[in-house]
Design a protein around this ligand. Sequence first.
Ligand code: C2E
Ligand code: MG
Ligand code: MG
Length: 767
Amino acid sequence: MLASVAFIAFATVLLTHLGGSGRVRTIDDLTQLVAAAFAGAAAGWAALQASGRMRRSWIAVSGGAFAWALGQAVWCYYELISGRSTPFPSAADAGFLLFPLGSVIGLWLYPSEHGAGARRRWLLDACIVVTALVAVSWATTLGAVAHEGGDSRFAFAVSLAYPIGDIVVLTMALTALCRPSTHRGQLVLLSVAMSAMSLGDSCFTYLTAIGKYQTGGPTDLGWVAAFLLLAVAGVGAATRPPDKNDVVPAEAANLVQRAAAATMLPYLPLVCAVGVLGMRRALGHQPDSVERVAVLVALAMVLVRQYTTVRENRALLDIVAAREAQLHRQAFHDQLTGLANRALFINRLDHALQLHRRDMRPVALLFCDLDDFKAVNDALGHWAGDELLIRVAERLRGTLRPGDTVARLGGDEFAVLVEDGGDAVTVGSRIIAALCDEFTIADTQLSMRASVGIAELLPEQATPTIDTLLAHADIAMYSAKRAGKGQLACYDKSMALPNADDLQLRQPLTRAVAERQILLAYQPIVRMDSGALLGLEALARWTHDGVRVGPATFIPMAQRAGLIDTLTDQILDQACNQLSRWSSRLGHDRLRVSVNIPPTLMSDSDFPNRVARVIDRHGLKRNQLVLEITEDALLEDLQTARAVTGRLRDLGTRLSLDDFGKGYSSLLRLRQMPLDSLKIDQAFLANIDFDPDAERFVAALLALGRDLGLDVIAEGIERTGQGHVLRRLGCRYAQGYLFGRPGTAADVEPYVLGRAAPFFHTPALSA
Ligand code: C2E
Ligand code: MG
Ligand code: MG
């Protein structure tokens, strides 16, 4: 701002010749002196605030500006004190010529995002441009001046130093603009300032050459503008907080980021130079030695540049290939042990099964589970557990032949794929033998055995699915465990275990949870009086191999497989995410979503923290989430359950007792729980429209709920008749197919957003 005002005042004086030419000359000379000194001081200040390369860069710029100021002081001495015009060359020229030198060094040192390689490339580009421009200038003007002679050799050299210095600075400044830098603002200002300086100099050289330069002319504006811009850049850099991101990123990223403009820039002046020389030749002017040498040098530098680019591209390709290989490894290998991971193993198994189907090639799958591995983790810590897994993986690798695949499927589960008809039992025995020797972990001797289950697929057998074969190996492995651990068992059909269903689905369910394939359906809960939506219950849905597996099957299974915590966290996250979308589209936060919480979580004291985090993450109000718990939650450890439910209530979430009546809760326990609502189990409501006893019982439950101060929701309402009875009994909330079946978020959205009629679509009821 200050700089603009100063510049406008100066320009006005200069352009309007305010106060006569003598006064204007004095003002002009002194303004230039002050502007240069000011720029030098600002750059010096920036240098003091900076460090490393940046400091050295600003020192060079500051030195250049002060040198120019000294040159201008000499000039002022001649013009204003001794009253004669400044001789040429004089001490002033030394000062003036030091400025381009300082600028070039400053720009060269100015930190950019790129590393040393990129800076070298940039210098090479700049040299190509400079040489090409020198060739052009020589051919068009400089050469003619040089051939004319006149001045002494020294004077000629000095007069030549100005335009060449200008070309160098202009080139460096323009190419610098193509360099990415975290301090881009200052770099742009510096570059523009130096460009303005070069333009001012060029005008000066030209006017001096034709003998028309006079102090106080409009050309001097260029210098003053340049120094003011430089000062602004310096002040900006000095007052800018230190940037923590001044890191030089990896060379590969640099190469990729290079601006196309910067890549093409050096070629343009060279094409220009060759064009100009060509045209002059066509007009009968033979290029002199300077022109020839300049063009040849520029061409040689282009060749060097091409060579460097090819080398860099090759290096880039190597880096990219290495990255790809690394990504591939990460995607398909277990990070801890370096063995194949589940994804790679399934891929190989799939391939092996295809070969079995097509060429009847035998396949054998071995499942290996370490016995009592958890005890190591518990006793010695996870570090020891990890170390043990690494050693086990090494030994497993040692037992295999080339062509066999060994993978860590997760935790302490390993699997081996034998494809070439090798004897699976021998492989299994070798694995068991390999683990016989004790392991030494953290100076502790550990013995670790494994149970191995084998599922063999003979050539003539029908090809099963991947999941079936995995399940067979899993069943065999469990059979080995039950037989006393550290053993081998081969799958056969007689191994149909009581929970074989579980084993069939355990692996697919583990995968479904890992891949977040369990989705949610939403079922409306409505107000009986108006049919308006109160909230929605989120219900878990899983489709495996195209078949829907009900939550009543897979939720208990997830519990047995130790997946329930992860699954519940995922369900909470999904439900909250959906609720947050709906709330923002509705523009209010009154909508609620209920999530079913398995009983075990009521004795997990960390659960309330996780709930709080998920609600907050999705920006919901705490009371928008309703947690449906069942009576079993209160059976096990009432003390902890009370603490956990208490904390959940303190958070502000609502608690609802699901399937009320189905369990065994005593009224006393109910009173001790900080509940908001009760959901009467559908079994009690099934016959209320034609069984007076059922109606009386529900009436009693409703009264109980009211007495406890809880909202009561009737579940599983399918018929209008049930609705009528409930209304008569004063039941205020209901859920069931009558009001809406569970549907995907997209299915229920029109109702939720009020774009479709209320759920309560039975005219007879609303009458
Ligand atoms: P719930 O929490 O009592 O859920 C209500 C069940 O009743 C749902 O069955 C729902 O589809 C069904 N239903 C709703 N209206 C009617 C109706 O008018 N007639 C009939 N016959 N049924 C109706 P769903 O989805 O099969 O869920 C069964 C149970 O599985 C749930 O009972 C709940 O205990 C459990 N569950 C479902 N999703 C989850 C979940 O995300 N986490 C946990 N832990 N359990 C869940
Ligand atoms: Mg429920
Ligand atoms: Mg229920």
